[in-house]
Design a protein around this ligand. Sequence first.
Ligand code: AP5
Ligand code: MG
Ligand code: ZN
Length: 212
Amino acid sequence: MNIVLFGAPGAGKGTQSTLLVERLGMVQISTGDLFRAAIKNKTELGQKAQSFMDKGELVPDSIVIGMVDEVLAKLENKSFILDGFPRTSAQAEALGKILSQRALEIGKAVFLEVPREELLGRLTGRRVCKSCGAVYHVQSKPTKVAGVCDVCGGEVIQRNDDKEDVIATRLKTYEENTLPLRTYFKELNKYVEVNGAQDTETVFSNIKRVIS
Ligand code: AP5
Ligand code: MG
Ligand code: ZN
């Protein structure tokens, strides 16, 4: 089943996607990760996206939609997870069109519900590997050796947009643009909610249950 995984910044979309990829063989399509890779590789796409991301604002719809369309075009016959897309109603509408053109379908839109105080702690404490993108947390998931990735030995850093002032903008952007998509997916009868404020394994088993 193909799914949309949505929820606030720090809700655990990336963490859960990693488990879905490892354990169920799904493919993760994270628009945030794709933009960060583009920035790292100094591509034109990265250049366009960076200023919006650094401020915690959304990258314009036309750029994001074009990028997702390209990724879906190359997709082989594997179930995919849309992590962080769609985030606006224009993106949701565009996704509907792209999917029907490619004879693809979303089975469920899984909403990870996490209270705001928990989100702040997760985002300020998050650390990521500069090389492989593995996600850590200074308290709940520290690396074995400080500053060094357990998976690849790369340097572990704080994301540019995990600074407190940018986090505030990201949360506001999310509440205004993305939270209303709950109604959109409810109307399509695809909406399911999972309590994301539990330990990672419990959240994973609940996601697995609602998508199987
Ligand atoms: P993106 O990279 O998608 O960021 P986000 O939506 O803000 O979400 P995050 O990646 O911050 O959180 P997450 O839910 O993945 O949480 P994670 O698993 O890492 O987007 C970045 C930017 O790109 C946007 O601001 C925008 O500019 C642009 N962009 C991207 N998509 C776009 C789109 N469609 N349209 C326009 N612009 C777009 O977990 C967070 C932390 O919590 C980690 O430290 C983790 O270890 C910890 N944690 C996770 N789960 C648990 C748990 N169960 N218990 C305890 N700790 C946990
Ligand atoms: Mg993420
Ligand atoms: Zn790494």
